[in-house]
Ligand binder design. Structure first.
Ligand code: GAP
Length: 462
């Protein structure tokens, strides 16, 4: 399938089935804003819950946090966001469309040059929309500005956070004091972030409002064995395990991009961008960086608070260093959709003729609906069995009850939303107290006694 078709198909499925809707649609929409519908919300919840379980709950060296979105502006002065969190903006002098200069340069360099000199500056590039001349690139700060209270002046300026990391650093002392944690340990949080992107796009890949799950893992810069390199490798290994075992992606679709010296942020001794082969190109999915003591040092300088720890061996004070794995939740969800989408030839339920079925093969624990209860007809006799069964299963699973349309159409709908198990209640059920369980991926059907159904399904989701 051509790769651009795949994005089109996924966006159409998301809208049609209620995963993701265009934002503010009845008002004509708001460009590049998206609302997660019932299934999208559940898929996102499941990804966040799995992330939380894997990186926080199952470890004894992580603590959770939920810090404010609007913080004292000094936080952003200390982190460097006020001064440096900018992209280079250029505008077409003819059509006045605006672009990120680095994106245009990257795209222009990717085009074959043959006999031409390599592109060097934005002056060598033409507007991709109308071919017009572009203005020199200028810096554009990506933070969303707002005002606190009723007066709009410089004393009331505040910003919506562009990342969750700031909250972890400003609470470092509070957390070490209240939890009595010793290094190494991490602080994790998931939350909304806001960036006034110049060129949002590619569906939910780049938006102005998005969620990040990230953690700051604090270490002693002079640990007795291994050093930061060993901790970094440990987290890289965990990240690989996350993609393989929990997200269950095809590992060939991931690219581990070691950021070379000179391109990394000046304070980082090692950064790896985890990239994905999206239909629109190989681009960043998430990252991990060793940020040394840059953040705590800056917050200590600007706030005046003592953020040091005491080495239990030497009694010397030192500033912890930090390794920061960071994950875009919406990009992970996009990857889950891309990996799950399958089209395959399958026989229809009624006549056995071959047709194309679209099936979202989500890992079972991420599927938005886990079990569908499908009585063969709307007759009351069947509902009397099927409804209490659905209510019972709801205590353990996300269940959808559907009694409309032909069974074939209902199977196709459940395939398209990725429901791992469909349970059919038919007239034979009234006699033998058994139901038919259909497996999403194999389409195999099994007759299971109602009394054993709950345990049967629980075992499948283990
Ligand atoms: N604290 C580090 C940090 O914020 P980042 O690379 O700027 O790092 C983290 O952002 C992650 O957030 C990215 O790797 C990406 O997954 C996601 N992300 C960044 N900008 C985004 C946007 N405009 N839309 C959706 N996700 C975005």
């Amino acid at each position: 399938m051509p790769q651009n078709d795949l994005m089109e198909k996924i966006m159409s499925l998301c809208k049609r089935r209620g995963f993701i809707f265009p934002g503010s649609e009845i008002y004509g929409g708001l460009a590049n804003s998206w609302d997660y519908g019932p299934l999208g919300h559940m898929l996102k919840q499941n990804i966040k819950a799995a992330w939380w379980k894997f990186f926080v709950q199952e470890r004894d060296d992580m603590v959770p946090l939920d810090s404010a979105i609007i913080m004292n502006p000094k936080v952003w002065e200390a982190s460097g966001h006020l001064q440096n969190f900018s992209d280079l903006l250029t505008e077409c002098k003819s059509c006045h469309h605006r672009f990120r200069a680095d994106h245009l340069l990257e795209a222009a360099s990717a085009e074959p040059q043959y006999d031409k000199e390599p592109i060097k500056t934005i002056a060598d590039v033409k507007c991709p929309d109308c071919g017009g001349k572009l203005t020199p690139a200028k810096s554009f700060n990506l933070m969303f500005k707002t005002f606190l209270g009723t007066t709009e002046d410089s004393s009331t300026v505040a910003y919506l956070r562009p990342e969750t990391a700031g909250g972890m650093f400003v609470n470092f002392k509070n957390i070490t004091t209240t939890t009595r944690r010793r290094l190494p340990f991490g602080i994790a949080q998931i939350g909304k972030n806001f960036r006034n992107e110049i060129t949002p796009g590619n569906f939910i890949f780049r938006t102005r409002e998005f969620e990040i799950g990230e953690f700051e893992y604090f270490i002693n810069p002079n640990p007795p064995a291994g050093g930061w390199e060993k901790v970094f490798e440990m987290w890289l290994g965990e990240i690989k395990r996350w993609w393989k075992e929990v997200m269950q992606v095809n590992m060939d679709n991931l690219v581990w991009h070691e950021i070379p010296d000179g391109v990394r942020a000046h304070y980082s001794k090692r950064t790896v961008d985890i990239e994905y082969k999206y239909p629109f190109g190989v681009k960043e999915l998430h990252g991990i960086a060793y940020r040394t003591d840059f953040d705590l040092k800056r917050h200590q300088e600007v706030s005046g608070a003592d953020l040091t720890c005491t080495d239990p061996e030497t009694n010397e004070k030192f500033l912890p260093h930090v390794i920061e794995p960071t994950f875009g939740i919406d990009r992970m969800l996009l990857v889950a959709l891309l990996e799950a989408y399958h089209e395959e030839a399958a026989p229809t339920a009624e006549k056995g003729e071959m047709e194309t079925r679209v099936v979202m093969k989500f890992p079972k624990h991420l599927a938005p609906v886990q079990v569908a209860i499908l009585p063969l007809s709307k007759k009351e006799d069947l509902a009397k069995v099927a409804k209490p069964l659905a209510d019972e299963l709801r205590k353990s699973f996300w269940v959808e009850y559907d009694e409309t349309q032909s069974i074939g159409k209902r199977y196709r709908r459940q395939d398209e939303i990725g429901t791992p198990y469909c349970v059919t209640v038919d007239f034979k059920t009234l006699e033998d107290k058994k139901v038919t369980v259909r497996d999403r991926d194999t389409m195999q059907q099994e007759r299971i006694a109602i009394a054993e159904l709950q345990d049967y399904l629980l075992a499948k989701f283990k």
